[in-house]
Write a protein that binds this ligand. Sequence first.
Ligand SMILES: [Zn+2]
Length: 334
Amino acid sequence: MPKIKAYAVKSKGKSPVAFFYERKLGKRNILVRITHCTISRGDLHFIDNDWGDTKFPLVPGHEIIGIVEKTGTEAKNFKLGDRVGIGYQQSACFKCDHCLNGNEQFCLKQKVIGVDCYGGLANQIIVDERFAFKIPDNLKSAKTVPFFSSGLTVFRAIKNANLKPKSTTAVLGIGGLGHLAIQFLEKMEHDVSAFSHSPQKKKVITRLKAKYIDNSKKKNLLKLKNEFDFILSTLNCKFDLDLYLQLLKPTGTICLVGLPINKLNFSVGLLADYAQKTISGNYIGSRKDMKEMLKFASDHQIKSIVEVRPFSEMKKAVSDLKNKKIPIKLVLKN
Ligand SMILES: [Zn+2]
């Protein structure tokens, strides 16, 4: 049975330390040598057990790229040496209605990193080959690894919105999720704005060819009433949902993919104020979405903005991430 060297957080809020575990290489499993892994805000929530379902020891990291080193007897999708990406979801039953309809991300029997299994902060990982994805050659690993969860989540959220060509869209919260959402929407040829009040983020927004909207003053924002077909919020803190509902066109949608720990309040009346507005959510995406997204990213040369640090500096890197010293996305390279 392969013995895997990983880095685990042993209890709430602690730093990762060396940790070994054994896992059998099942028939449809592949053993992947990890070259890149992100640590995201979501991982920090897991480390601090903010959602209450973390299992310690926790091996964080749910956006992973590596090289296939071994394949199970019935694993046929990959050959040794292939470069693959791995995301948050690790398994599904492939029998329930969701699975049979191609939405295996809703499978109630699924297993995910952080709750059911160990993640990518490790030298290797064993995964079901059905949850590993070949990466187009023109996408560089460091700038692609954030696609495997953040990218997938926003890509599917945009797909769910069924936008008409040249829709008026906006992104709220410009971090790991938001900066990818801007690029997808822009390459889909929608009109894209981004809300922020940070000068540092203004630079990112402009560089990604979106219009910058300063959202520090409510009065200014209300001039944009009935302006947007779609707003995607990646904010994971409390915000004024009523305000953004007013910025939607009568049939607009605001999709919330950021998950604030605290409850959000909103005025139900705003949904029906001469309107039929929608508040929606989204959880990652299917395997089909993943493949579609990777092709789209490859065709349009979409890259994540990353700060790359070696695995050997993970403690400092995680602490810098906690202290907001990493602007968009932290990638650890092994
Ligand atoms: Zn299922």
